[in-house]
Every structure is written in structure tokens, then in C-alpha cells.
Design a protein. Structure first.
Length: 370
């Protein structure tokens, strides 16, 4: 009898294949029996969980200590960072008119620290600041905004490793407002340095010596500019399942408005704290839309309290979104804007506590105009 190895191999392969199919069918049969039994006994089963492994949220290590709510504390931290600079200080501000900080920058420049400053060109107060710095051979430029555009970016970056992001400009009024500054020490500080470099290159055609990578610890903070600011905000709104609490000067972008209404219709707890000086008088129709959707609204009285200078979103008690100005056409289409998105439950808890205080001290009725 002749033996044909090829045929034996083919036969064994088919046999193994049949055994594999039979084993797979037995597994599926057992699964169907389990589901059927659970159905008969009234037990519920998340079928998706049998096949899809839930992803663990990637969180930021940003702590509550990185948040500065009072202008004076933010100013002291600003002075501390500037004084600590050994190599470089990068500043981008809508308005830089604080005399104490100007003197400090002039002093650091004289010590040999590299200083680069970008200012909004349409703010009158910046003219004297620019001239004063140039008289001390400090490298300062107007960000080349187009007509009608404002540079709303407000950041300080020191030695490529520490940064502050501000909700307010460096003015007496800014530091006295109801504001927020966030101190960054991880990879996001390097991201802001890289972002500043892009603006400097756009302004001067000269690039700064910023490394392509960094050894700073990953802090899982997203830095966004211009159109991506809106994308970050919409992303957080759409994926929130429990709570969306917002503080803003105004919310007039139609996509954002619709996303908030849809979230409220799904049962998400949506609360919005608005500046009584801006939103009600100019956009009554939007407020009516919000109220009809069951969205809770309160008005921060900027006449009797420090002016509101915060644009902040709190999502599902775990993530906060912090941007440089209100959420409308100018911010999302015209201006140069910046935001950070921080998935930190600890920092969010502190911001929620602050939101609660502001909410309780604000009114569901419009304050009377004086």
C-alpha cells in the first residue's frame, strides 16, 4: 500500500479545521444557553461587556494646588515664576499694563534671561508697554492680528518647563476680576512653549530654539488653539453623561447651544452661570431656548461683584475645560484663542466647589440695572 504524505497532511488539516469549528460552535451554544437562562430568571446582562473591554480613563496629575482663583495670588505666583527664570521667559498677553510686572521683566532681561513677548496690537494700553520694553532692548512684538481680530491668548512660560494660563489680562482690572489662573509643570508647559514658538514664527518669521520633544512628565492635558478650541468644547459636551456645569461671559455659538440642548434632553444635568452684563441684553432668544430645554441658568452680577473673567466647563465631575474668552462667533472664527482640557477629578472637585459658591450667590432672575 502506497502512502501519500500530502494527502495525509490535507486530511489532518481538514480534520483539525472541523474540530476547530465544532469547538467554536460549542462555545457559542453555551453562551446562548447562559443568556437564555438569565432571560428566563429575569436577570439583566450587558452583552457588550462580554465582547468589549472598557477603557480606563486617562487622567491628569494636575492637583487643586495648581489653581489660583484670586488675582493677587495669581500675581504672586506670576512674580515667583518670573523671578525663578534662568534661561527664558515667553509672554503672550491681550493686554500687558501692570507696572510691577513690567519692572520685573526689565530686571530679568538685564540679568541675561531671554525674553520674548507678544501683545495684541489693537489694545491702546499695549503701545506704551511696547515702547518701554523696546527702549530696554527687550524683544517684544505685536501679534499680527487681522482687522477685527483680537489675540486673546494669555500665557506665561518659564524655562520651557513651567507655565501659567490666565483667564484675564495683565492689568489692574484683570487682577481684580473674578478670575482663574492654572499652573502647569508637566508636558503641557512644553506644549505651550511650542505653541508660543508657532506664534512667534508667524509674527517674526524667526523660530525659537524649542526642543522637538521633552523629558517632562506626561500630564495628559490637551492644549488647543483657534478652531480646535470649539472642537474640544463640543467633544466634552457630547460625551458627558451626568453633569455639565458652565461659567461663561456668553454662549452664542449655535453648535454649542444645540449640543447643550441635546444633552439636557438626554437627562444630563446642565447648569450655566452667565455674566448678567453681556448675555441677557443681547441674546434673549438663546436664553429662552435653554430654559425650554430644562437647562438651569443663573446670572452673575458683575455690577455688585468683581467682573466675571472666567470661561470654564466642568464635565461629569472629572474634567474641566478652560478657555481664553467666551463661546461665540468671534472666539471660534475670528480671534486667536487658546484652551486647555484637563481630565483631573481632584482639580475638578475644587472647581466644582467654587462653582457651587458662585451659583448660590447668583440669581435666577436678572439683576436690576442701576
Amino acid at each position: 500500500m502506497r502512502f501519500f504524505p500530502g494527502k495525509a497532511l490535507c486530511y489532518n488539516s481538514v480534520q483539525n479545521c472541523n474540530l476547530g469549528v465544532e469547538e467554536l460552535m460549542r462555545k457559542w451554544f453555551r453562551l446562548i444557553v447562559i443568556i437564555f437562562c438569565l432571560f428566563l430568571t429575569g436577570c439583566s446582562l450587558d452583552i457588550k461587556s462580554l465582547f468589549v473591554k472598557e477603557e480606563t480613563p486617562i487622567l491628569s496629575n494636575l492637583t487643586a494646588e495648581a489653581l489660583y482663583f484670586e488675582g493677587q495670588k495669581a500675581k504672586e505666583k506670576t512674580k515667583e515664576l518670573i523671578n525663578s527664570a534662568q534661561e527664558s521667559i515667553y509672554i503672550e498677553q491681550k493686554i500687558f499694563a501692570d507696572g510691577e510686572l513690567k519692572d520685573l521683566i526689565i530686571k530679568k532681561a538685564a540679568s541675561g534671561v531671554q525674553i520674548k513677548i507678544l501683545l495684541d496690537q489693537f489694545q491702546t494700553a499695549n503701545k506704551s508697554t511696547l515702547n518701554e520694553f523696546k527702549s530696554h532692548n527687550i524683544s517684544v512684538q505685536y501679534y499680527p492680528a487681522q482687522k477685527g481680530q483680537t489675540n486673546e491668548v494669555k500665557i506665561l512660560v518659564v524655562d520651557l518647563k513651567e507655565a501659567l494660563v490666565y483667564s484675564f489680562p495683565w492689568t489692574e482690572e484683570g487682577f481684580a476680576s473674578h478670575n482663574l489662573a492654572v499652573h502647569l509643570t508637566g508636558r503641557s508647559a512644553w506644549k505651550l512653549a511650542s505653541r508660543f514658538n508657532q506664534d512667534w514664527l508667524y509674527t517674526t518669521t524667526l523660530s525659537l530654539d524649542i526642543p522637538k520633544t521633552t523629558d517632562l512628565e506626561e500630564d495628559n492635558i490637551t492644549v488647543a488653539v483657534d478652531a480646535n478650541v470649539k472642537n474640544q468644547l463640543l467633544n466634552q459636551i457630547k460625551k458627558s453623561t451626568n453633569a455639565i456645569w458652565l461659567t461663561a461671559s456668553h454662549i452664542t455659538d449655535q453648535e454649542v447651544i444645540q449640543a447643550l440642548i441635546e444633552s439636557a434632553n438626554k437627562g444630563v444635568d446642565v447648569k450655566i452661570l452667565l455674566d448678567s452684563e453681556i448675555m441677557p441684553a443681547n441674546y434673549p432668544g438663546t436664553l429662552e431656548e435653554f430654559l425650554n430645554a430644562g437647562i438651569q441658568i443663573r446670572y452673575y452680577d458683575s455690577q455688585k461683584q468683581p467682573p466675571l473673567a472666567i470661561n470654564l466647563g466642568l464635565f461629569d465631575n472629572s474634567t474641566f475645560f478652560f478657555s481664553s474668552s467666551g463661546w461665540g462667533y468671534r472666539a471660534f472664527v475670528m480671534n486667536h484663542e487658546l484652551s486647555i482640557t484637563v481630565p483631573s477629578p481632584e482639580a475638578s472637585a475644587e472647581l466644582i466647589a467654587r462653582f457651587d459658591r458662585d451659583w448660590l450667590s447668583s440669581s435666577a432672575e436678572l439683576p436690576k440695572q442701576e
